[in-house]
Design a protein around this ligand. Structure first.
Ligand code: OAD
Ligand code: ZN
Length: 249
């Protein structure tokens, strides 16, 4: 893997770095990505399941799809890419993880300052009274959507669906950290879902050095990326971490 003098220089001197992550960072934990060969969306069009109207129309189906994904997530373990980020957090002053993933693996890996743009699959809330529930409250409810213990409303996963807006306070924090960053790593995302993907352009506008890590090229590779490191996140990130450790000794 070739790493440029520019990136080495930033790895040596930067204080503030950001990781924008997508489903690809969890692929090596055995969690299917959304798009591509074995993508989760392959047998369903996203708009069929991941939107509020679909949920109201067929809450049992959507709930069961999330319960199925939760089981995969619960069995999965953070991989060497998530763990490398914990290493970066020991080395650099200010490290932020902005994730589109709902799988909770960053937190389980011990990553701090995790901004979840699309929510968290382990959390739920009642669509009527907004009472919050954990995954464990309903781990037995594999079939059929559960009802709120307070008001009888139906319970939905605390994730952002198509057509819904991102949590504004979290997105604003993500924008601030992005604008201040000196290195902006984009890891395992297909770069097609906005506004998350737009953060890479914001980083670039504010003078950050944008490094893409992906097994394949994406729209970013030919537009915003200053450097593209092709390979698995679980292999590339530990290598960059060990280089940074050497450079900052
Ligand atoms: P995608 O499934 O669209 O893209 C996954 C990306 O990871 C692809 O570019 C793959 O090439 C790459 N990839 C796969 N394995 C990899 C590995 N081992 N190392 C590095 N890269 C790898 O997932 P996202 O970009 O995260 O939104 O999708 C964005 C959003 O679309 C999701 O958050 C979800 C979905 O709709 C919501 O649920 C709101
Ligand atoms: Zn309720």
């Amino acid at each position: 893997m070739q790493i440029s003098a520019n990136l080495k220089n930033r790895l040596k001197n930067a204080d503030k770095i950001v990781f924008l992550t997508g489903a690809g960072i969890s692929a090596e934990s055995g969690i299917p990505t959304f798009r591509g060969e074995n993508g989760l969306w392959k047998n369903f069009r996203p708009e069929e399941l991941a939107n509020f109207n679909a949920f109201i129309k067929n809450p049992d189906l959507v709930w069961e799809w999330y319960q199925y994904r939760r089981e995969i997530v619960r069995k999965a373990k953070p991989n060497s890419a998530h763990l490398a980020i914990t290493g970066f957090q020991k080395l650099f002053k200010d490290v932020t993880v902005i994730t589109q993933n709902v799988d909770n693996l960053h937190t389980r890996a011990g990553n701090e300052n995790v901004l979840e743009l699309h929510g968290n699959i382990e959390k739920n809330y009642c669509i009527d009274c907004k009472q919050r529930y954990d995954f464990t409250d309903f781990s037995e409810n594999k079939k059929g959507v559960p009802r709120c213990k307070k008001c009888g409303g139906i319970i939905r996963p605390d994730v952002v669906w198509f057509g819904e807006s991102l949590p504004q306070d979290i997105f604003r924090k993500a924008e601030n950290k992005t604008m201040q960053s000196e290195i902006f790593f984009v890891v395992g995302t297909s770069a097609v879902v906005y506004p998350a993907a737009g953060l890479a352009y914001l980083a670039k506008d504010y003078g950050s050095y944008v490094v893409e890590i992906n097994i394949d090229t994406t729209d970013f590779s030919y537009s915003v990326a200053d450097e593209v490191l092709l390979g698995k996140a679980g292999e590339v990130l530990p290598k960059i971490l060990s280089l940074a450790e050497t450079l900052r000794k």
